[in-house]
Design a protein around this ligand. Structure first.
Ligand code: PHE
Ligand code: FE
Length: 280
């Protein structure tokens, strides 16, 4: 029989300590290069809500930050804390942590030869990409609500739809501002190529955010996106996702999946793309 102790050991297997003192010169140099490059690129591209908290959080070009300090600053601002993980964790564990306002951050950093692309999220993506948006009170609440919704979606076996919402908002979201479209998605702000491509390239579609539309849209996790969804405000996103998703999942599952390069007649199109992959 499984004891509670056994369960607890299993659950915590993916957690670890940052061991900040153990980073090498090379690790800090990789951080510095990524930080400098993205900081320059993100001026007038990333959302103000994202950019303004970078110095507050102690994110600098000096090297990899110490989680303990950053977590304290974050906790004072919005009640979130950083927890350290070895890498990707199960969907169940991930949503459980989000629902308790704990954000899992990977401790290791990519090698110099992986500077432009890594298949798995490292500390630069997790920290530089995700943590700044958690300083925004509305977004902080959205991500926690998402975590609670994740536990439910898992039980209902509708994770496939919630996953798409996460992808097109938290990871690859754009926001419309008086100065034009801006980036808030972590997958974009941590990528050199995509932070230019998502705003300036002619190929992808940029479509107004609609909950069901977003949940139905497929994505490719290892390629540049073929479409982006644009929110008007973080309040809009929070309000749109407030209702109970149970009936929405049922409806969406009947409506079916949409390929990311296909526009729908009811789409509110910001920019119609020329489509990235010519074979479509
Ligand atoms: N309202 C959603 C539900 O009932 C929870 C949720 C909130 C999901 C915010 C995503 C984002 O499942
Ligand atoms: Fe991520």
């Amino acid at each position: 029989m499984r004891s509670d102790k056994y369960e607890a050991d299993l659950i915590e297997d993916y957690l670890c300590q940052q061991h900040w003192e153990d980073y090498t010169k090379q690790d800090h140099a990789v951080w510095k290069e990524l930080f400098n490059r993205q900081s320059k690129l993100l001026v007038n591209r990333a959302a103000e809500e994202y950019l303004k908290v970078i110095p507050t959080l102690g994110l600098t070009d000096e090297g990899i930050p110490d989680f303990r300090r950053m977590s304290e600053i974050l906790h004072k601002a919005t009640g979130w804390t950083i927890i350290t993980v070895k890498g990707l964790i199960s969907s169940e564990a991930f949503h459980g942590h989000l629902s308790r306002r704990e954000f899992p951050v990977t401790y290791w950093i990519r090698k110099p030869e992986e500077i432009d692309y890594i298949a798995e999220p490292d500390i630069f993506h997790d920290l530089f990409g995700h943590v700044p948006m958690l300083m925004n009170p509305v977004f902080a609440d959205y991500v926690q609500a998402f975590g609670m919704g994740g536990v439910k979606a898992d039980n209902l076996h509708y994770m496939t739809y919630l996953e798409k919402l996460y992808w097109y908002t938290v990871e690859f979201g754009l926001i419309n501002t008086k100065d034009g479209l801006r980036i808030y998605g972590s997958g974009i702000v941590s990528s050199k190529t995509e932070s230019i491509y998502c705003l300036e390239d002619k190929r992808p579609h940029r479509i107004g955010f609609d909950l069901k539309r977003t949940m139905r849209t497929d994505y490719r996790y290892d390629k540049l996106q073929e479409c982006y969804f644009v929110i008007d405000s973080f309040e809009q996103l929070f309000e749109a996702t407030r209702p109970d998703f149970t009936p929405i999942y049922e409806e969406v599952s009947k409506l079916g999946i949409i390929e990311p390069y296909k526009l729908q007649p009811e789409d509110k199109v910001f920019t119609k793309g020329t489509v990235i992959n010519e074979s479509h």
